[in-house]
Design a protein around this ligand. Structure first.
Ligand code: NAP
Length: 485
């Protein structure tokens, strides 16, 4: 018997919030989306740096339920992906459910299967379930380098790129060598007077060109959508079953092949042996998130591009000083220094049963049950929660698998089967103990590097098994591992 007033709050109108909304709408369950910004799109709305593109192929980086024949490139530019999410939200009637510029400040469980949500706009209310779709990489991290605030030029984090800023003729410094920095450098090298890349750790890079889709190809996708479905399934297999398996110790041949391809890329495309040496990582391929680019090596070898691998001592009003005493004079500093993947819903406050705070509980380590729920927080669900497969599977597939599972629990709540559902502490502990053991076999741990996958305890928090296991684990809730009321 469906509860007449049953209502779900989704927090966040990025990719996972939109997909959750589409599913709830399909099921006829009322919902509201709270979004702190004034547009949908999450990370693809926030990031606007030059060269921004997705490193997952376009025909995989889309919702399974919304194929798109119009992608311009094999790997989509950021703006196109943002437009795609906006279009899906518009076409599926999701926009009218979004409360824009309304940031959730607190979610408090008040008993009887109900949550009280408070927002900056004062438009919160009571809800029966919450889906936290707050994204993984939204809290920018600035490095704690002495003198950072003394810089007299323009400085900003890569995710706060001012679209009106012109870099023409400027001396630009980029700190970082992750996916972001390696995309920015080739995109600006032609415009700037000089660009210096401050490298703390080199990266392994796969040489993958990003070709345009010919009009005939797009036409074929339009007229024969089966072709898009086949491609999606093929890419899903290659990425999620082969590539991801290689990282978690289930495809050693694949990992060795990746390592060979990265080394070959370096050897064939970086000509000066000294520069090649400085760009050669000392850790195993796949340990840090693999970079995909055919543009970075050519760009760093341009005359006006400089690799600076002497450690930074401090930032001064006119530039960056390195340990060898050299002052690298700059007009602009771009901090491509990454994100805090453990921020999740924060700075919002979440209070569960008996006043227990999730912020407190997750101070050191964020632990959940199978990445989607937490004991003592009934009817609260995560998409992209702790131990989500980050850095290995396509995030949109990950999100859809989690949403399918969460929908199953929400359907039972909406049907009135029970008023409250939460995982047991025993099942959650058992899951986390299993993760902790299995993660030690993954290349993220054995590969000899540090990365943003490590949490404050120095432990890697990701999904340590294959995509097959992820799908199987989240196929259907095992109700014996939940408490219901
Ligand atoms: P990141 O991978 O975390 O890289 C941060 C970089 O900043 C690293 O090179 C790090 O060096 C450096 N760094 C941090 N603090 C520093 C300091 N104090 N001094 C010098 N260097 C410092 O960040 P990101 O490049 O923004 O990428 C984050 C994630 O976003 C990616 O892994 C990916 O998942 C996603 N992303 C995806 C795409 C895409 O194409 N889909 C594009 C961009 C980003 P160390 O390595 O030494 O720590």
């Amino acid at each position: 018997m469906e509860q007449a007033s049953f209502k779900v709050a989704i927090i966040g109108a990025g990719a996972s919030g939109i997909a959750t909304a589409v599913n709830l709408k399909r099921m006829g369950i009322p919902f509201v989306i709270f979004e702190r910004a004034d547009d949908v799109g999450g990370t693809w709305r926030d990031n606007a740096y030059p060269g921004l593109a997705c490193d997952v192929p376009s025909h995989l980086y889309r919702f399974s339920f919304a194929p798109n024949a119009e992608w311009s490139h094999e790997y989509s530019p950021g703006g196109e992906i943002h437009a795609y999410f906006r279009d899906v939200a518009k076409q599926r009637g999701i926009m009218e459910h979004v409360r824009f510029s309304s940031e959730v400040t607190e979610a408090r469980f008040i008993g009887e299967g109900q949550w009280q949500i408070s927002t900056t706009k004062g438009d919160g209310g009571l809800f029966n379930a919450i889906v936290l779709a707050t994204g993984i990489l939204h809290k920018a991290v600035l490095p704690s380098i002495e003198g950072r605030d003394s810089f007299a030029g323009t400085a900003f984090h890569s995710s706060r790129w001012d679209r009106d800023l012109s870099l023409a003729g400027k001396r630009v410094g980029i700190i970082g060598t992750g996916s972001t920095a390696t995309q920015i450098l080739p995109a600006i090298v032609d415009d700037v007077a000089s660009v210096s890349l401050f490298q703390r750790t080199p990266q392994w890079i796969l040489n993958v060109p990003n070709n345009r889709f010919a009009e005939e190809k797009k036409q074929a996708f339009r007229t024969e959508p089966g072709k898009m479905a086949d491609l999606y399934n093929h890419l899903n297999f290659v990425f999620n079953e082969r590539f991801a398996a290689a990282l978690v110790g289930e495809n050693d041949e694949g990992l060795a092949e990746m390592a060979r391809m990265c080394r070959e890329n370096l050897e064939q495309n970086v000509h000066d042996p000294e520069l090649r040496d400085r760009l050669t990582p000392s850790y195993q391929t796949g340990c840090k998130r693999l970079i995909v680019s055919d543009k970075f090596y050519p760009a760093i070898q341009r005359e006006n591009a400089h690799l600076v691998d002497t450690p930074i001592t401090r930032i001064e009003p006119t530039g960056i000083r390195t340990e060898d005493g050299v002052l690298h004079e700059l007009d602009v500093i771009v901090y491509a220094t990454g994100f805090d993947p453990f921020a999740f819903f924060r700075p919002a406050v979440i209070i569960g049963r008996d006043g227990v705070s999730l912020n407190e509980r997750w101070r050191e380590s964020c632990q959940a049950y199978r990445s989607v729920a937490v004991p003592e927080f009934p009817n609260l669900f995560f998409v992209g929660g702790p131990n989500s497969p980050i850095g290995n599977f396509s995030y949109l597939r990950t999100a859809e698998v989690q949403i399918g599972y969460v929908m199953e629990l929400i359907r039972r709540l909406a049907d009135g089967n029970y008023r409250e559902v939460e995982p047991t502490q025993e099942a959650t502990d058992a899951f986390n103990a299993e993760v902790e053991q299995a993660i030690t076999r993954t290349v993220w741990v054995t590969g000899g590097c540090t990365s943003w996958y490590f949490d404050k305890r120095g432990k890697v928090v990701s999904w340590p098994w294959s995509y097959g296991r992820f799908k199987a684990d989240l196929e259907q809730p095992r109700m014996e591992e939940f408490k219901v009321a």
